[in-house]
Write a protein that binds this ligand. Sequence first.
Ligand SMILES: Cc1cc2nc3c(=O)[nH]c(=O)nc-3n(C[C@H](O)[C@H](O)[C@H](O)COP(=O)(O)O)c2cc1C
Length: 174
Amino acid sequence: MKSCLIIFSTTDGHTKKICERIFNILSDTHKIKILDLSGAYFEDLSNYNIIIVGASIRYGKHKKELYEFISRNRRTLEKTETCFFSVNAVARKSEKNSPSTNPYMKKFLKQSGWIPDHTEVFAGEIDYKKYKFFDKHIIRFIMWLSGGPTDTSRKYDFTNWYNVQLFADRLINK
Ligand SMILES: Cc1cc2nc3c(=O)[nH]c(=O)nc-3n(C[C@H](O)[C@H](O)[C@H](O)COP(=O)(O)O)c2cc1C
């Protein structure tokens, strides 16, 4: 049985939710562990056959801790089968939902210099009720500009959960 580590970098929890879905799908076929980015700090990554990293975007950026993690563990990551996926709201648009068309994925690969074996992009969630006043109104404005939903009493899950399933299935069948 292959061992797999899933690491998530999240602010509001949606990336964790996606990682937990992948965890559940892989748990029958893999010896599997899930950690948040800070929990992965002391983990010996060389114990794993597959490492999956999922990270969300906020105000145009992945967290700086993500870049630090990649840089610190670069050698081990290069020797292991790795997957990276980014979670963001622009990926709800069909022309920006693949690794080659999503601006944040392209920027991440360029800035980190890391070349994961598999990359994926998932559209995230907008849950207006969760956000503080400033974030709520900024994100609402961005949504309005980009033709997205603006009803601040609602939550919008843009994730294509079928694609999450396919992503995990591809790893099972490798
Ligand atoms: C304050 C705020 C800023 C955001 N900025 C961006 C952004 O610049 N680009 C984008 O595509 N999505 C943006 N998003 C959408 C998030 O990437 C999306 O909500 C994602 O699901 C968050 O994942 P998380 O819950 O794991 O942190 C933003 C969301 C919030 C609340």
